[in-house]
Design a protein around this ligand. Sequence first.
Ligand code: PEP
Ligand code: MG
Length: 574
Amino acid sequence: MRQLSGIAASPGLAIARAYRLQQATYVPVRAAVSDPQAEAGRFRQAVEQAGRELEAIRQQTEERLGSQKAEIFEAHLLLLEDPDLIDATLEKIEQEGVNAEFALHEVASAFIEALSAMDNELLRERAADLRDVSGRVMSALRGEPYSSVAHIADESIVIAADLTPSDTAQLDLTKVRGFVTEVGSRTSHSAIMARSMGIPAIVGAGSGVKEIPAGATVVVDAVEGRIIVDPDDGELAVYRERKEQYDRRQAALGELKRQPTVSRDGKRVELAANIGSVDDVQKAIDNGAEAIGLFRTEFLYMGRSAFPTEEEQFSVYKYVLEKMEGKPVVIRTLDIGGDKELSYWKLPEESNPFLGLRAVRLSLHREDLFRTQLRALLRASRYGNLKIMFPMIAVLEELQAAKRILREEKEKLLREGEPVSEKLEVGIMIEVPAAALAADLLAPEVDFFSIGTNDLIQYTMAADRMNETVSYLYQPCHPSILRLVQTVIRAARERGIWVGMCGEMAGDETAIPLLLGMGLHEFSMSAGSILPARALIRELDQAEWAGRVQETLAMSSQNEIKEYVQRAIRRNSE
Ligand code: PEP
Ligand code: MG
């Protein structure tokens, strides 16, 4: 038995025999051709053939996985028209009188090398796309099929150096149980496709993957990120059992997708998703989200060279609102600064950026940018159930200033004849201890609170959320944090406004019973945590946990509280 580890890119467990995907690294030799024009014609035909194949894969992907996943192949088809690849190859054939294979290899390799060296994940992925597309043209030139994945005959785990998006799209899911690759990241296209196809996958498992013999029995534990090659009988039995348990649990969770989130004693709460891009919306829906509880709009501003325009922002917000079909969508205004930077906007050097000019402080400092975002949001409001949220509010004056600017932009739009939703709500994140302690002073000014525990914990504990050496202080269930959270929930309830939580703590299985007991209305978390949270809440009795809250708040450490909660959950489920 041998073990390897890698990145669990698509969760699940699979056990089957290894199928080694042959990815011949063909390096053509330079040969002079007597008729460069005819050679150029041969290249054009190969490009056309690759285009036909890609179009078929695009259609097949659209049918199997939806139009969004099929977009990858639209991008590939565009590469077949890219002058830097196609025209440059033709030029090389015609001017140097060389064979098409050699010309293509030279041009594509230089292009791929340049992209791979970039310090930008998106561009590196583009290198993978280019490798895929040029490889396909090369196979067409040589009159060989491009990939053999579509013809796997037995139940298998596909083992490869890397899987191209087109390989992944063509996997025969009646045979392929999972895959393992040497390279790749959680965000590579093949990883994304594996998640939407629901097959277990481990990527980036390193050069040890080369040593997995074809035909060996392989366990892919894409929950823990482990690969076991040739397990003994004992190991095999353990993993078969684990796989069965995992599959049973997934099937049970799948049943909960369209179920409401209600506690055992009938208390209804809302489970929402945190998103950072339009792509995340589908994932939220697929995981049974009842709302978007936090759209981190800063990601719209990142990975580009200038601020997004009002129009660009408007179309993104409109898309998300429409996609959620009237379900609540909480969109947070720009939360930049601290650890989040924009390459095109150099913020002043600060010795304590987390305590400096960030989030709403920055929006109030650069009103022009803030107004652009607010206009885009107000205009989008009529396409769904929008709730605007200001991050990092510390004092009442900041909230009043932000609301004044919002009001001014709304009035301007109305004067311009642009409709704005009557139902639009305005709320704030509670992530600064000052705001938590004085939540009763802020509540009359807003429609809702959303507790941002990621920052609230770091500010309360004075422990940088990114600093490993003080991570022992990062304790969501410490009595100090729970007391602050309770203060906020009480202030909201007394004022009759709703209160949610969008920090990671909202998806923490130990915190959930206590938050439910305190009367939190909405829990917003990463999409993958929603169904396990729903399963848990349906097992809990809200009134019982309300009774336990005071007892836990009197305890002296996170450990004591965690043990108490876990014991109570176990007792409940027995
Ligand atoms: C938080 O601080 O809890 C939060 C949700 O915001 P972010 O993680 O984006 O700072
Ligand atoms: Mg925050």
